[in-house]
Write a protein that binds this ligand. Sequence first.
Ligand SMILES: Cc1cc2nc3c(=O)[nH]c(=O)nc-3n(C[C@H](O)[C@H](O)[C@H](O)COP(=O)(O)O)c2cc1C
Length: 362
Amino acid sequence: MTSPRLLEPFTLRGATARNRVWLAPMCQYRATDGLPNDWHLVHLGARAHGGFGLIVAEATAVVPHGRITPQDVGLWDDAQVAAWERVLAPVHDAGALAAVQLAHAGRKASTYRPWAAERGSVPVAEGGWPTLAPSSVAFPGYGVPDEMTPAQVGDVVQQFADAAGRAHRAGFDAVEVHAAHGYLLHQFLSPLTNHRTDGYGGSPEARARLLREVVAAVRAAWPDDKPLLVRVSATDWADGGLEVDDVAAVAASLAPLGVDLVDVSSGGNVPAAYATGPGYQVPFARRVREVSGLPVSAVGMITDGAQAEQVLVDGAADVVMIGRPALRDPMWPLRAAHELGVPVAAEGGAPWPASYLRGTWG
Ligand SMILES: Cc1cc2nc3c(=O)[nH]c(=O)nc-3n(C[C@H](O)[C@H](O)[C@H](O)COP(=O)(O)O)c2cc1C
């Protein structure tokens, strides 16, 4: 194979990614005061040089109390704008685009990072903070959140919009609104976590209202020529929770608000057992694409180039995102291209950095 779909450019508004293999957002849990540092620069820069067309930087909190862990990055102040600007330089030098995933963790904020000895919520005395959520219902094992007042719900809209403005100043090419994995916007969407009786709870439309307001405000604060992505969980994998057609309908309602691509993941809102396997979320991406008419990305256990190529050839998704395989191998796209028989950059093929060309033979 000489010209796989994986390596075809993909354009959204004024931004053209050089290919359709994108780095999935992955928390690194190693920032201080929300500032990305040398770790993030090396981590994202290496993967940009590894051939990814677009890098989605990890969940980035729009306010300090929206961090999943005290070590999360943020975009709530101008010092963070400067720090991100520095991190993005090698990403852009490598020819990749950069997106930031704007996030608020809601009831899943203020937790220990995964490799800590402790589990669950970080106490206030140890640097944690009280959490906010649509309803005062705890994620099992975590602290009980306070139900957000209507004013606090309104604040969230402005916080996302302000962070989007900072993302533009930092030089990001795209923004992704994080409405998946049981974080605040997903908590509002799902009947399992949203028991409100005001205009933000009850019917499916009311539960989706905060997401729609956030998307509209981010779109207004974000340049017209830059794309806006939304990550959703297509199912709660739980009785009485969201199902793929509920989420596809929400995605369709976002299209007129200026969303350019839906990044389709699943789960995270409540503890649930579900069967994973190769490409297990791809059917959800296909369904969201069919119903919403929007471009979509597929993610989840897409581990080799031939499999990723098939997702695109089948028309299930427009783009694939690679997560854990890129932690094992920062050069995942270039290695996949090599295995698919794609020639190197000098011959019009895969974007190998000149210094690494010897890695293609020998
Ligand atoms: C270490 C780690 C951190 C993650 N952090 C985020 C995150 O910040 N935002 C998000 O939406 N998903 C996050 N995810 C989920 C990934 O983006 C991806 O959807 C998931 O790992 C499935 O894809 P994969 O099988 O290619 O890893 C994370 C996953 C891992 C392994």
